[in-house]
Design a protein around this ligand. Structure first.
Ligand SMILES: Nc1ncnc2c1ncn2[C@@H]1O[C@H](COP(=O)(O)OP(=O)(O)O)[C@@H](O)[C@H]1O
Ligand SMILES: N[C@@H](CCC(=O)OP(=O)(O)O)C(=O)O
Length: 382
């Protein structure tokens, strides 16, 4: 009897789904509208179960090539970028139409490596994605191929899928591809290859199994998927690699069925976020909060508003990590701040509706959003 556990997708609330080029474009023959409509229908079903979904879709270059009647993938960057610009139009149009059938709004997000490396842009991308998810919209992400240069290109969307998983702290990354999952060797070359049902993300043995290159249409092969699982595990997310051609794959995974390969993270999402905020980003300043704000943050799970700040210490920029202290300099929380130190000094003690009049514009109504904050201790009156 097999003892394969229930799929992690079953209990996941926030999911990133990545679909590869060969799947989306029917092995490079042109957009597979039937498959796209089936995924949209399944994602609509996940949404009804209150799961939030971000879709990372490849296929712009492959679809651009199909539209240009190019049969071999160009090597020159400018040609790849031109193909991507053409193909992305069709890709988004296909998703837009497919989601429309379920009365779901879709949104296009094109990201580059720099967007995720720069603190402020990272924060912007993150808050846009959270806003879209709160609005019930399905964000469709791809790399902004037309502007990236060779050196900074992510290149494969497995890596992008993992970075988006980290960015929004998703519980699970599902990578849909043209194989049933990760095998112990490339099934195209070895018909005896065995499917790996469950493994630990980051296990070096997996990298060896996935050594081979990808299909002619896709870029990364299994190697980038295994590395993506390792990266997703950094923020506590599990990864499922499965065939996008499997009937109702997303809904069945959501029902707990074990399909494909599940590469499990060994740390929990919450502690991974804490770790990231607490250790990886340098503290740039401190703000002192009044009692009401300390209670709201640490006891009621609320965001920090400027009205609760009574003192600002240090110089920092929007997106920096700042500590929240009481009047005795005891730290209660830390997180990514939405305003620079000079702007924070101007809006502290003020009600939110005055931010725009004081600063001339309002980037965010909260000074620090609860999603971007880690509470370190609870407020208790001495
Ligand atoms: N150990 C392995 N298990 C499964 N597939 C493998 C393995 N090693 C290499 N591959 C190859 O990886 C391919 C999938 O990668 P790729 O073509 O980049 O797909 P996608 O476009 O979905 O990202 C498979 O078709 C397969 O030939
Ligand atoms: N941004 C590129 C993705 C490149 C790519 O081929 O990715 P993948 O098929 O996931 O290996 C595109 O949309 O064509």
């Amino acid at each position: 009897m097999s003892t394969v556990p229930q799929s992690a997708v079953h209990s996941a609330q926030r999911i990133v789904i990545k679909v590869g080029s060969s799947l989306v474009t029917n092995n490079g023959k042109g957009l597979d509208n039937t498959a796209i409509r089936q995924w949209a229908a399944q994602i609509a079903a996940l949404r009804k179960q209150n799961k939030q979904v971000v879709l990372v879709s490849s296929g712009s270059v492959a679809e651009g090539m199909a539209r240009l009647n190019w049969h071999t993938r160009p090597k020159a960057m400018n040609e790849l970028q031109a193909a991507a610009a053409i193909g992305q139009m069709g890709l988004i149009q296909a998703y837009e139409t497919a989601f429309h059938e379920h009365n779901i709004c879709a949104a296009q997000i094109l990201l580059t490596h720099e967007d995720l490396a720069d603190r402020e842009r990272y924060l912007n991308a993150r808050s846009t994605l959270f806003t879209l998810l709160d609005l019930g919209v399905i964000p469709i992400v791809n790399e902004n191929d037309t502007v990236v240069t060779d050196e900074i290109r992510l290149g494969d969307n497995d890596t992008l899928g993992a970075l988006v998983t980290n960015l929004i702290e998703a519980d699970v990354l599902i990578i849909l591809t043209d194989q049933s999952g990760l095998y112990d060797s490339d099934p195209r070359k070895n018909p005896q290859a065995k499917l790996i049902s469950v493994a630990t993300a980051g296990d070096p043995a997996l990298e060896e199994m996935a050594g081979g290159a990808g299909s002619n249409i896709g870029t990364g092969g299994m190697a980038t998927k295994v590395l993506a699982a390792k990266r997703a595990a950094n923020s506590g997310a599990h990864t499922v690699i499965a065939s996008g051609r499997e009937i109702n794959v997303l809904e069945r995974l959501s029902q707990g069925e074990s399909i494909g390969s599940e590469l499990r993270a060994s740390v929990a999402v919450r502690s991974a976020r804490k770790q990231w905020l607490a250790d990886h980003l340098r503290l740039r300043g401190q703000i002192t909060l009044d009692e009401g704000a300390l209670k709201a943050l640490t006891l009621q799970g609320k965001s920090l508003l400027p009205v609760g700040v009574i003192h600002v210490n240090g110089e920092f920029e929007r997106g920096d990590v700042v500590a929240c202290l009481d009047e005795n300099n005891v730290e209660y929380a830390r997180g990514l701040i939405n305003y620079s130190s000079s702007d924070t000094r101007r809006i502290m003690r003020q009600p939110t509706h005055k931010i725009e009049t004081i600063l001339g514009s309002m980037t965010a109504s909260e000074l620090m959003h609860r999603n971007n904050m880690v509470v370190l201790r609870k407020f208790a009156k001495a």
